[in-house]
Design a protein around this ligand. Structure first.
Ligand code: NAD
Length: 441
């Protein structure tokens, strides 16, 4: 869907007027295309004394042949190892690195801070200082977003220093164009990380994607297929021909089924006799109405589609042992599930429930040597958001640090990062794909 506002304020004659009026002028975000390097420009690294990630960061930058920045000139990414900070007085190390560094950051730049999960520090002062990193990162995102740049905090569990490859690659690359201001937790691997072809990390694997006939689901299917997966797309029978068009284009196959139908979990399982590596619960609906005008049927229908059917499908697939080793469940929550939204008590309840399901299942998934995570999209340009009235639609777009809506592919790329066999230490996260929207932040 076109963003007319962005086109107008960036038009040659209007742009200087727009900037003198202080109107946001969203920049076009770099997005990934096949064959591009992970990071397209020099990377400046820094560390607080006694950091534990220096070697891992250096090894990963070598593995992607990243150019190292010198003492001056533009940079594409700033990476700071803050794991050595164990006292509030040492937080000034952030200022020492970013004060000279941030003005060198070009458009669609990346600023990544790596720390230790506060509760894992085992000391009050260190816990305090590590928790403080969140405030820094979230504010930095608001300062650099106007240039299309993003920032994240990655908390790395002690002992998981070697598990950050897939996360750092994702965050450095244009694949994370619309992810900003997020706190990501990387823990110890649930299973050994396999050797990987990073251009086709899902090669030889099968991925089930629900709601795959259009919108975000279609983009997820295409992105997972690009990464090598055989995609089994699922959608309601009424969307069968659109679904077939998507799956045949991607060399996959279709399941035309309503996930809320009686016996649906068993029917899905029977279509996956050899098992499945990745399950993406994307199918979802909005059935907006304030609670004062919400009939029970409307509440129940939505809850069945957005949450209860996902629980039943997970139970069935896991009970039959169909999720293969190093398997993935990836769910699609929503910013509404975090921030709440008037007229969406049913939707927000279901999407907050999805986050709860991820939290509750993560330990069990780790025991099964798999992971479960969720994305929570903000304002994404789809048919759903195109149908919104003009005012709320414009507000939805401009409320983010990047001053624009995201694209379905932005959600799909985050899902592909979770789905990667290398993301063995990424479990129990809900990551917003919202351009650091102000709502619920
Ligand atoms: N578009 C956004 O801005 C946005 C924001 C936050 C979250 N989301 C979430 O992202 C997901 C995809 O959203 P979208 O914008 O692409 O919506 P969409 O309506 O374009 O696609 C949803 C798909 O799910 C399918 N589906 C619905 N009910 C089903 C059922 N009972 N069984 C099987 N399939 C079913 C639909 O047929 C459709 O193909 C949803 O979970 C939605 O809640 C979207």
């Amino acid at each position: 869907m076109s963003d007319t506002y962005t086109q107008i304020v960036n038009a040659p004659l209007v742009s200087s007027l727009a900037s003198s009026l202080g109107l946001p002028r969203p920049v076009e975000l770099d997005r990934f295309s096949a064959g591009e390097p992970v990071v397209n420009g020099p990377v400046l690294t820094g560390a607080a004394p006694d950091g534990s990630l220096r070697l891992s960061i250096s090894r990963i930058l070598d593995s992607i042949a990243a150019e190292r920045a010198g003492t001056e000139g533009p940079v594409k990414a700033l990476v700071f190892d803050a794991t050595g900070i164990s006292d509030s007085g040492q937080l000034v190390e952030l200022q020492k690195f970013f004060y000279p560094g941030v003005s060198r950051l070009g458009p669609s730049g990346r600023a990544i801070v790596l720390g230790t999960p506060p509760a894992s520090t085992g000391a009050v002062r260190a816990h305090t200082a590590q928790r403080a990193l969140e405030g820094f990162v979230r504010s930095l995102g608001k300062e650099i977003g106007a240039r299309g740049s993003t920032t994240q905090l990655v908390y790395v569990e002690p002992g998981a220093e070697t598990e950050i490859d897939s996360t750092l690659r994702f965050l450095l690359s244009p694949r994370s164009a619309y992810v900003s201001g997020q706190v990501i937790r990387v823990g110890k691997a649930v299973t050994a990380t396999p050797e990987l072809d990073w251009d086709r990390p899902l090669g030889g694997l099968t991925a089930l994607v629900t709601g795959a006939s259009r919108g975000i689901g279609e983009s997820i299917a295409a992105t997972l297929a690009r990464d090598g997966a055989t995609v089994v797309g699922l959608d309601i029978p009424a969307a069968g021909s659109d679904l077939d068009a998507v799956t045949s284009r991607l060399g996959g196959r279709s399941i035309a089924l309503d996930i809320t139908a009686e016996g649906a979990p068993a029917a899905i399982a029977s279509q996956l006799p050899e098992g499945v590596d990745v399950i993406v619960h994307n199918a979802g609906v909005t059935l907006d109405r304030t609670i004062a005008k919400m009939p029970e049927e409307r509440w129940t229908r939505l809850m069945e589609i957005n949450l209860s059917s996902e629980e039943r499908i997970n139970d069935e697939i896991l009970a039959r042992g169909l999720l293969r080793p190093n398997g993935r469940i990836v769910c699609v929550s929503s910013m509404s599930g975090i921030a709440g939204n008037s007229g969406q008590t049913n939707y927000a309840t279901s999407k907050a429930g999805v986050i709860g399901m991820v939290e509750a299942m993560a330990p069990e998934m780790a025991k099964r040597k798999g992971t479960i995570n969720a994305v929570a999209p903000g304002f994404i340009e789809t048919r759903m958001t195109a149908a919104m009235p003009f005012g709320p639609r414009e507000v939805g777009r401009r409320l983010s640090s990047l001053s624009q809506g995201g694209k379905p592919v932005d959600v799909a790329e985050a899902i592909a990062w979770f789905a990667s066999p290398a993301s063995t230490g990424v479990n129990g996260n809900t990551i917003r794909v919202c351009g650091q929207n102000l709502l619920g932040a």
